[in-house]
Design a protein around this ligand. Structure first.
Ligand SMILES: [Ca+2]
Ligand SMILES: [Ca+2]
Ligand SMILES: [Ca+2]
Ligand SMILES: [Ca+2]
Length: 473
C-alpha cells in the first residue's frame, strides 16, 4: 500500500460499533477510516492497515461502504482468524464493499453472508467490489451469498488463492420469483488476474467474467488472465465469458473444471461458454487457451457465433499490455495448479500459523474425495440454510494482543528482532532497508509467509491428494 501518512488500527473488539471514544477499535472504524480517540488517537480519512488483536466472528449490522482510498485488511495478524457474517439488520448490503475506491488489499479473511430469514434482499453478496481500482483479494473465503458470493466491477484487480462459493441460492429480490445462484461474478472488469482460486457449488456461473468498462463505448477492451483455477459442481455455465462491455483479450490457462453430483450437460455447459452479446457497439474476442482440464472446453453460448480466428496460438494482450502479471515460474500444469489450490485456497494463515477453518476444510475434503454419497448437495441448493452448507466457522473468540508499546501494529518482540524497526517509535511507514515495503508490510508479509511461499521452489510444493480428473465423471 505504501503511503507516507497511513495509520494503523489495532482492532481490539469483535463488536460492530463506531464510537471514537469507547476504547474499542473495530473493523468498521478501520474499513471506513473513522476517527478514534481512545485507547489511542487515529485521525480519520487516512490510508490504513487493519490488524487484529482479536479472533472470532464479527457480525456486521449495517452496510459498510468503503470509499476512502488505501486499505489493507490483514487477517493474517489475527491470533486464530476472523470470520465476518451478516447480522439481522443487514439485508441488502454486502459484508465487504468498496465503492469507487482505490488501493485495497484483503488477505486471509472469511466473509460468510448467510440467509435472510425475514426479508427479501436485492443484493446479498459476500464480497462486492463496486467500480473500484487496484484491488487485491488474496486468500479470501467468500461464501453463502444470496445473490453472488463475489461481485466485482473493477480495473487492475487480482483475485487469487481464494475460495468463492457455495452460494445460498435465494430469491434475490431484484428479479422477483427467480432465485439467484451465480457465485463468481466479475462484470465488467479490465486488467484482471484471477489465479489459483476455487469456485464451487452453484446453479450457474462458476466464473462469469465480462471484459471492459461500464460504459459501452467503441474501442473498449477488457484484459482477463484466468490461470490455474479450479471450478467444481455447477449445474451449468461453469464458465461464462462475455464481450458485452468491450473486446475481450482472454488468457485461459491451466484451469480445471470438475463436474459434481449436480452438474448437467446443458447446451451452455462449457468451460467457458463465450457469450457474444455486444448490444450497443460490436466487440470481439481474442483468446489464448492452454493446459486446461475439462470434459467440455470452449464453446459458443447458445445463440452466439465465435469465429475460429478468435483463437490465438500464444498469450493475447489488449493494446498497451505486453505481458502477463505472473512470471513463468508461477505457471504449472492443471493438476499441479489444482494441488496448490486445494492446499492453499481460502483464509489459511493467522498469527499462530495454519488456520484453515472447519468449513473451508470440509469443502476441500469434499473436493479431494469427489464427494461421497450421501452427497453434500444431493437435494440441490434451495434450502438456503447455512447449517445445510457446513455452517459458520468454529473459531475460538478472544482478545490476545502481543505487546506493542508504540501502537504501530508491529509487536515489540518483532521490532526488537530486526534492525529495521524501533519498538519505541511509531515507524510503520518507514522503509529503513529501502526495498519499497514499509516496515509494517514486512511484518504482514512474514505472517502471510510470502518469504517462503513466493519462490520458484516453494510455489508448487503442495503434496496433498488430488481428486480424479473431473471426479471420474
Ligand atoms: Ca471505537
Ligand atoms: Ca510496535
Ligand atoms: Ca515501532
Ligand atoms: Ca522495507
Amino acid at each position: 500500500m505504501r503511503s507516507p501518512n497511513a495509520v494503523v488500527y489495532r482492532i481490539n473488539s469483535l463488536a460492530d460499533t463506531a464510537d471514537p471514544s469507547d476504547g474499542l477499535i473495530t473493523l468498521r472504524e478501520c474499513a471506513l477510516a473513522l476517527q478514534v480517540t481512545s485507547p489511542y488517537a487515529i485521525p480519520a480519512g487516512r490510508p490504513r492497515y487493519c490488524v487484529f488483536d482479536v479472533s472470532g466472528q464479527i457480525v456486521v449490522q449495517s452496510e459498510m461502504r468503503i470509499t476512502v482510498d488505501g486499505l489493507y485488511v490483514a487477517g493474517q495478524t489475527s491470533p486464530r482468524g476472523i470470520e465476518v457474517v451478516r447480522g439481522k439488520g443487514l439485508v441488502d448490503a454486502p459484508l465487504f464493499y468498496t465503492r469507487g475506491q482505490a488501493n485495497t488489499i484483503v488477505r486471509h479473511m472469511r466473509f460468510r453472508y448467510g440467509n435472510h430469514t425475514d426479508a427479501p434482499s436485492s443484493n446479498g453478496d459476500s464480497v462486492r467490489i463496486g467500480d473500484s481500482r487496484l484491488q487485491v483479494l488474496d486468500h479470501v473465503t467468500a461464501m453463502f451469498g444470496t445473490d453472488e458470493s463475489l461481485d466485482a466491477v473493477c480495473s487492475d484487480c487480482t483475485v487469487q488463492f481464494s475460495m468463492i462459493g457455495p452460494n445460498l441460492c435465494r430469491d434475490a429480490g431484484h428479479d422477483p420469483g427467480n432465485y439467484h445462484c451465480k457465485t463468481f461474478f466479475m462484470k465488467p472488469v479490465n486488467r484482471v488476474t484471477v489465479a489459483y482460486n476455487l469456485s464451487q457449488h452453484g446453479d450457474e456461473r462458476g466464473a462469469n467474467i465480462a471484459g471492459g468498462i461500464p460504459q459501452e463505448i467503441a474501442g473498449n477492451t477488457g484484459q482477463i488472465d484466468y490461470i490455474g483455477n479450479t471450478v467444481y459442481n455447477f449445474i451449468s455455465e461453469p464458465g461464462l465469458i462475455s464481450n458485452q462491455f468491450g473486446s475481450v483479450y482472454l488468457n485461459w490457462v491451466n484451469n480445471s473444471h470438475m463436474e459434481g453430483v449436480l452438474s448437467q450437460d446443458r447446451p451452455e455447459s462449457f468451460f467457458p461458454a463465450l457469450f457474444d452479446r455486444a448490444s450497443i457497439v460490436s466487440f470481439g474476442f481474442s483468446i489464448y487457451r492452454a493446459g486446461n482440464q475439462s470434459r467440455r472446453g470452449f464453446g459458443a453460448y447458445p445463440g452466439s457465433t465465435i469465429s475460429p480466428n478468435a483463437y490465438k496460438s500464444d498469450w493475447t494482450y489488449a493494446p498497451g499490455i505486453t505481458q502477463n502479471y505472473l512470471p513463468a515460474w508461477m505457471l504449472a500444469n492443471a493438476a499441479t495448479s489444482q494441488r496448490t489450490v486445494l492446499e492453499q485456497a481460502g483464509a489459511t494463515l493467522c498469527r499462530s500459523g495454519s488456520c484453515r477453518d472447519n468449513v473451508d476444510a470440509m469443502y476441500i475434503d469434499d473436493l479431494r474425495t469427489c464427494d461421497r454419497a450421501p452427497y453434500l448437495f444431493q437435494g440441490g441448493f434451495t434450502s438456503g440454510n447455512p447449517a445445510d452448507y457446513g455452517g459458520f466457522a468454529r473459531i475460538a473468540s478472544g482478545h490476545d494482543p502481543l505487546a506493542d508499546s508504540d501502537n504501530d501494529g508491529m509487536p515489540d518482540a518483532w521490532e526488537n528482532r530486526f534492525n529495521n524497526a524501533d519498538a519505541n517509535r511509531w515507524d510503520a511507514n518507514d522503509d529503513r532497508d529501502g526495498d519499497g515495503y514499509p516496515n509494517i508490510e514486512e511484518y504482514l508479509s512474514m505472517l502471510a509467509a510470502d518469504h517462503t511461499r513466493y519462490g520458484p521452489d516453494e510455489f508448487f510444493s503442495s503434496t496433498g491428494q488430488l481428486p480424479a480428473a473431473n471426479c471420474g465423471r
